[in-house]
Design a protein around this ligand. Structure first.
Ligand SMILES: C=CC1=C(C)c2cc3[nH]c(cc4nc(cc5[nH]c(cc1n2)c(C)c5CCC(=O)O)C(CCC(=O)O)=C4C)c(C)c3C=C
Ligand SMILES: [Fe+2]
Ligand SMILES: [Fe+2]
Length: 349
């Protein structure tokens, strides 16, 4: 038995590899990070185990890292993370907000592209729905050309590259592969900056107070990864330069910070929480926080920023704290995705 046949059988979907392709259909696959299936410790442990075993995410030697992960991290972190996930969970759908918004983005984009005969599906890098399953669904819908769109405006090997890896890994199973095109990151694309600027303006207009400072908090990354060539921090800076210019703000009025530090190594700074607490202690009383690197609200924005950072700022002497939601499945987000996709499909449609 060949490798490919064995894998086709394993998916239980041998027909997708050959028979059902109607040549000519173009598909778009939105990929986000991933999320646990439930808020129980076991589901969170399973998810974190897959996520933190990815060598794109943790570059340490697996012979050293796996005993630490399995023996220490996965015996402590899942309980705390499960409690955090419970606080932000979408109980109506029994799923995490990240999954709800990613589905919403996919459905919104599908509605915009249906008349052009373009199929849209969504999947996750870790957990469910899987990237491979989403590719299978696109193939079942007749796609022989797929545009892969990792939902990260700023490129990082830890996010964009591993999403691409996973899609190409899924193709390993297939005898007849679709063509796969990957979307470049879009850190200062005018369509992205316009959507962010509009969301800032909308968010500020809803407040009956004016912030002393607007803070842009991005997910962090180990400094060492940047030193080895990851362009993430440069791309975050490009986003901020363009967004400040669009809003007519200075770095002092609209600083860039990094959140979600994990582990003992040095991460990109300044770290969001110490920076914000220092601001509170030095007389800044009212802040608004936006998280432009996240296309959808998730545990990192809703709990770490919306709850933990709020508490820390108020505790340090702050008086007013608000967050601006991520683009989520708003019209702004869907218009952004449609603009990026239509441009990137040039030559295919
Ligand atoms: C070394 C560890 C990590 C790196 C590197 C990392 C990079 C990175 N992550 C995102 C986006 C998200 N991360 C999310 C959660 C999350 N991230 C890490 C660790 C690293 N991330 C952990 C351990 C967790 C889980 C948090 C917990 O409380 O257990 C999420 C949210 C997922 C959700 O379901 O809500 C996102 C989104 C980016 C953009 C990035 C690199 C730039
Ligand atoms: Fe992360
Ligand atoms: Fe976090």
């Amino acid at each position: 038995m060949s490798f490919i046949d064995a894998r086709d059988r394993k998916t239980g979907n041998p027909g997708t590899a050959a028979a059902s392709v109607r040549p000519g259909t173009v598909g778009v696959l939105l990929v986000n990070l991933g999320t646990p299936d439930g808020t129980d410790t076991k589901s969170v442990r399973r998810y974190l185990s897959e996520f933190l075993s990815d060598q794109r995410v943790i570059e340490a030697n697996p012979l050293v890292w796996q005993p630490i992960l399995q023996g220490i991290v996965l015996n402590t972190r899942p309980r705390k993370s499960a409690a955090n996930y419970k606080r932000v969970w979408n109980n109506e759908r029994d799923e995490s907000p990240l999954r709800t918004y990613t589905r919403g983005q996919s459905e919104g984009l599908q509605a915009r592209l249906a008349a052009d005969g373009i199929a849209v599906e969504w999947g996750m890098r870790y957990g469910r729905p899987t990237t491979a399953g989403a590719i299978d669904r696109l193939i079942e819908r007749g796609c022989d050309r797929i545009l892969l769109l990792p939902l990260y405006p700023q490129y990082s090997a830890t996010t964009t590259a591993t999403a691409n890896d996973q899609a190409f890994r899924a193709l390993l199973r297939l005898r007849r592969q679709p063509a796969l095109r990957t979307m470049p990151s879009f850190p200062d694309d005018p369509a992205y900056i316009e959507a962010l600027a509009a969301s800032v303006r909308n968010g500020l207009a809803k407040l009956d107070w004016t912030p002393d400072v607007l803070i842009a908090s991005f997910h962090g990354l180990p400094v060492e990864y940047v030193q080895r060539g990851d362009p993430y921090s440069t791309e975050c800076a490009r986003t901020m330069d363009a967004l400040r210019q669009s809003l007519g703000m200075t770095p002092r009025e609209f600083p860039l910070t990094f959140q979600s530090r994990f582990g003992p190594t040095r991460w990109l700074g300044p770290y969001t929480e110490p920076k914000v607490c220092k601001m509170a202690r030095t007389g800044i009383r009212k802040i608004v926080v936006i998280t432009p690197g996240f296309m959808a609200d998730c545990i990192e924005t809703l709990d770490e920023i919306g709850r933990e950072l709020r508490e820390a700022f108020l505790h340090a002497g702050g008086e007013q704290f608000a967050t601006i939601p991520c683009l989520n499945d708003s019209d702004l987000a869907v218009t952004l995705l449609e603009t990026l996709v239509r441009r990137e499909l040039s030559g295919w449609v």
